[in-house]
Design a protein around this ligand. Structure first.
Ligand SMILES: NC(=O)CC[C@H](N)C(=O)O
Length: 376
């Protein structure tokens, strides 16, 4: 007889770990990645950059503060980062069903189940993480009782153009704020990027990455290229659009995470896949200009190759753990980007000043847009 609570995790190298299901009893497959944050599962599970991935949380107790009420359609309220759970599946060591929090109205398991997302508890996530750190991220399967490993039957997300389209809004959305207008190029943007701009008084024109950007860019005081899932090299049409903008745009362009990678590719640089990525809320980075260090929130599997940058660009931030690139800037134009998340959510807000700096620059340049500072 099939037991709806039995589930197993199978990795591409054959490792099989048995556990208990606490989400939807559905078979899925995806890239198994780990995040080391101790809290923030509502924000993390709804971050569109996790599309296609099965997420392991290394913190052992998960679920104790429950999940708040769903937000109204069209709302971008915290702590949700998108309208739905984005991960393929969730792996934890000890799931806590009995939650306690003033804002909670449902358990984590009830939320996952209502959205059709499988989850497994009873897994030694620290051992699993050590394996992923040694072997690199691997493909894996979550298989409820009664499903055997048939490499084709589990639901998979094929990171094709439809997925990149699905994580962005179907049509542009205008969030009215103050005078400064930011064009947010949405590749799967976390809602806290929009909230961070609105809080600082900007108007946000949120457009899907595949929309024609040049005309809307001309109306904006600056452009922000968002975070997003998958390999930046699969977004050739966006890279081409940004490359065209870099040739003549005179106002600030800022990139976050995927935005950093897209800007690097558009400038003529290159990206590569990290062995197991950076996912957590205590990733240390250093600003190479000021030598100041920041503790940052991160979620990425790819990085920019420093030595691939053209002569008029330079590395801006470096990851202190592994020395990989965490940001780039043009030496001569107001174009710059970071690989970490200044909007945090979850995570420390040490780097939120970058939104202030970006908007200050947008304001300073908005009345003399044709003569960029420092232009050759
Ligand atoms: N958060 C992001 O924007 C991630 C960017 C890209 N998908 C990566 O994994 O590197």
């Amino acid at each position: 007889m099939i037991n709806p609570y039995r589930m197993k995790l199978v990795l591409e190298d054959g490792t099989t770990l048995a556990g208990t299901s606490f989400g939807a009893p559905r078979a899925v497959t995806g890239e198994v990645v780990f995040n080391t944050g101790m809290t923030g599962y509502v924000e993390t599970l709804t971050d569109p950059s996790y599309r296609g991935q099965i997420l392991t949380l290394t913190y052992p107790l998960v679920g104790s503060y429950g999940v708040p009420a769903p937000r109204a359609p069209g709302s971008i309220a915290a702590p949700y980062e998108a309208d739905r759970i984005q991960v393929q599946g969730l792996i934890v060591q000890s799931y806590v069903e009995r939650y306690s929090h003033h804002a909670a109205v449902r358990s984590l398991g009830a939320w996952l189940t209502s959205e059709g997302i499988p989850a497994i508890t009873g897994i030694d996530t620290r051992a699993l993480t050590r394996k992923l750190r040694e072997a690199g991220t691997m493909k894996g399967w979550l298989l409820p009782d009664g499903h055997d490993l048939d490499r084709t039957s589990a639901h998979a997300v094929d990171m094709k153009e439809e997925v990149f389209r699905a994580v962005a809004p179907a049509a542009p959305i205008l969030y009215e704020g103050g005078k400064l207008r930011v064009l947010l190029v949405d590749v799967g943007a976390k809602d806290n990027i929009v909230r961070s701009l609105l809080e600082r008084g900007a108007t946000v024109d949120r457009v899907p990455w595949h929309a024609p950007l040049a005309e809307r860019a001309a109306l904006a005081d600056g452009i922000l290229i968002s975070n997003g899932p998958g390999d930046p090299k699969d977004l050739g049409p966006l890279v081409a659009q940004i490359r065209a903008l870099l040739a003549h745009y005179t106002r600030p362009i800022f990139g976050i995470c995927m935005g950093n990678q897209i800007l690097a590719l558009a400038a003529g640089g290159d990206t590569f896949k990290l062995p197991y990525g950076h996912r957590g809320v205590n990733q240390p980075v250093q600003d190479l200009l000021t030598r100041r260090c920041y503790v940052t929130s991160q979620n990425h599997g790819y990085a920019v190759r420093n030595d691939s940058l053209p002569a008029d660009w330079e590395p801006w931030f470096v990851n202190i753990n592994d020395g990989t690139n965490e940001g780039i800037r043009s030496r001569v134009r107001p174009f710059f980007s970071v690989q970490f998340h200044p909007e945090a959510s979850p995570g420390p807000q040490d780097a939120s000043y970058l939104f202030d700096d970006f908007l200050r620059l947008c304001g300073a340049m908005s009345n003399h847009a044709d003569t960029p500072r420092g232009a050759p």
